[in-house]
Design a protein around this ligand. Structure first.
Ligand code: PMP
Length: 406
C-alpha cells in the first residue's frame, strides 16, 4: 500500500509553517515526533469534558476518565501483544522506565559483584542508572562494544556473559547510529544463560511492529512522545512474573492496598508501580496516538521510512566532504554524519536558517562519540510524514553549508 503523504501531513498542523522564511522541514524525529490533530484534540477533550482524578472517585467524571485511561492501557497491551494489561506500567518516559527497573530489579537481584551488560551504543538513560548502582551496591557495568560500522558481534556477547551476569540492558535501535540490533537473537543468547533482558524500544516502537511475546523480552521501555503521543508519558512492559517479584519503585497513593504505621501492603499489578496521580491525560492521548499509528499501519510506516532512509543515505554519500557515522546493514530512520573540519553545530545552524531542523551534538550517547573520536554528529531522522523533496532540500542545504564552511 502506498501512503498518501500529503494527506497524512494535513493531520500534523505544526508542519504547515514557515521557519526563517522557508517551509519547515522537520528532520528531528528521533528527538521527538510531531502530534496529529487527533492527539491534540484528545487532550482538549479530556480537559473540557471529563477531567477528574482517576481510580479514586465514585462520580461520573472520575469513572469516565478512569475507563478512558484503562482503555488506553488495553490499546497499548494489544499494540505490543503483551499477555496481560497488568504488564503495562505507566511511567513518565523511557528514562523513568529504565530507572524503575534499575531501582527495583537492582534492589532485589543485584548484589556486590553482580554484572549488568549494556552495549556501547546505549543512550545515557540506559547506562547511567546502572552506573548509579555501581556506587550503591557495587554492581559492575560491563560494556559490549560495537564495531566501526556500528554493529554488535553476537559471539562477543557469549564471551561477556559470566556467572555473575544478572541482566542485559540493550537498545533495539540506536538513536545515533540507526543500527537495528538483532534483538531476537540477542535475547535468545541471553536466555540460554538465564540472563533476563531489558529492551530499550525508544527508537523502535514508532518504526516497525513489536511483539513482546514473540521477542520474549523480560522488560521493554519506550516514551510516548516518540510515537506521536504527548510528552511526560512512557511505558514499561514487564513480564508478569518479574513485576510480581520486584519491589515497588516509589511510595505514595495508588500503589498501596492498605497503609498503617504497623506496616503497608501493596496494590496489585500494575498499580504497585504507579504511585501518585498518574498522567491520565497523557495516557489517554497516548492511546489515541497509537490508534493513529495503527490506522496508518506499522508495516506501511516501516516500508516507507526505509525508502526515505535509503534515498537520504544515497544522496549524502554523493557529498564527498561528508562522512556517515553508523553504516550497519540494518538501520532505521536515522542518518548521522560529520563534515571533517566543520563543527556539527555550525552545519545545524546554517540548515536552521533554511528552515531545516536537524539535531547536532552527542545525542546523549557520548560513548559513541568517544568510539569514533568525534565531538558529535549531525543527525537527520525521518518520520512517515517526511517527503523525498525534503531530503532533496537537506541535500541542497548541506552542499551550501559545506561550501560556506570549507
Ligand atoms: N533511549 C533512546 C534510544 C532514546 O533515543 C531516548 C530519547 N532520545 C531515550 C532512551 C530516553 O527517552 P526519554 O528522554 O523520552 O525518556
Amino acid at each position: 500500500m502506498n501512503l498518501d503523504i500529503n494527506k497524512i501531513r494535513e493531520d500534523f498542523p505544526i508542519l504547515n509553517q514557515q521557519i526563517n522564511g522557508h517551509q519547515l522541514i522537520y528532520l528531528d524525529n528521533a528527538a521527538t515526533t510531531q502530534k496529529p490533530q487527533s492527539v491534540i484534540n484528545k487532550i482538549t477533550e479530556v480537559y473540557t469534558q471529563y477531567n477528574a482524578n482517576v481510580h479514586r472517585g465514585v462520580h461520573y467524571l472520575s469513572n469516565k476518565a478512569t475507563a478512558a485511561m484503562e482503555e488506553a492501557r488495553k490499546t497499548i497491551q494489544q499494540f505490543i501483544n503483551a499477555e496481560s494489561e497488568t504488564e503495562i506500567v505507566f511511567t513518565c518516559g523511557a528514562t523513568e522506565s529504565m530507572n524503575l527497573v534499575a531501582s527495583s530489579f537492582g534492589q532485589k537481584f543485584l548484589t556486590e559483584g553482580s554484572g549488568v551488560i549494556v552495549s556501547e551504543m546505549e543512550h545515557h538513560s540506559n547506562i547511567v542508572p546502572w552506573q548509579l548502582l555501581e556506587n550503591q551496591n557495587k554492581t559492575k557495568v560491563v560494556k559490549w562494544a560495537f564495531d566501526d560500522r556500528g554493529e554488535l558481534n553476537l559471539a562477543e556477547l557469549e564471551e561477556l556473559i559470566a556467572e555473575n551476569t544478572k541482566l542485559l540492558a540493550i537498545t533495539y535501535v540506536s538513536n545515533t547510529l540507526g543500527t537495528i540490533n538483532p534483538i531476537e537473537q540477542i535475547i535468545e543468547i541471553a536466555h540460554s544463560h538465564n540472563v533476563p533482558v531489558l529492551v530499550d524500544a525508544s527508537q523502535a516502537i514508532q518504526h516497525f511492529p513489536i511483539d513482546v511475546q514473540q521477542l520474549d523480552c523480560d522488560f521493554l521501555s519506550f516514551s510516548g512522545h516518540k510515537i506521536y503521543g504527548p510528552t511526560g508519558i512512557g511505558v514499561l512492559y514487564g513480564k508478569k512474573q518479574w513485576l510480581d517479584e520486584l519491589p515497588p519503585y516509589q511510595g505514595g497513593g495508588e500503589m498501596i492496598e492498605t497503609v498503617s504505621f504497623n506496616g503497608t501492603t501493596f496494590n496489585q499489578l500494575p498499580y504497585k508501580f504507579e504511585a501518585g496521580t498518574p498522567n491520565y491525560v497523557g495516557i489517554i492521548a497516548l492511546g489515541e496516538a497509537i490508534r493513529y499509528v495503527q490506522n496508518v499501519g506499522l508495516q506501511n510506516i516501516a516500508q516507507y521510512e526505509n525508502t526515505l532512509l535509503q534515498y537520504a543515505t544515497d544522496k549524502i554519500k554523493s557529498i564527498s566532504e561528508l562522512r556517515q557515522i553508523g553504516t550497519a546493514e540494518r538501520r532505521a530512520s536515522v542518518l548521522s554524519f560529520v563534515v571533517d573540519g566543520a563543527h556539527p553545530f555550525d552545519i545545524g545552524t546554517i540548515l536552521d536558517k533554511m528552515g531545516i531542523a536537524v539535531r547536532t551534538g552527542t545525542h546523549c550517547t557520548e560513548p559513541i562519540m568517544q568510539h569514533f573520536g568525534i565531538p558529535g554528529t549531525i543527525r537527520a531522522s525521518f518520520a512517515f510524514y517526511n517527503k523525498m523533496e525534503e531530503i532533496d532540500a537537506l541535500y541542497d542545504g548541506l552542499i551550501r553549508a559545506v561550501r560556506m564552511l570549507k
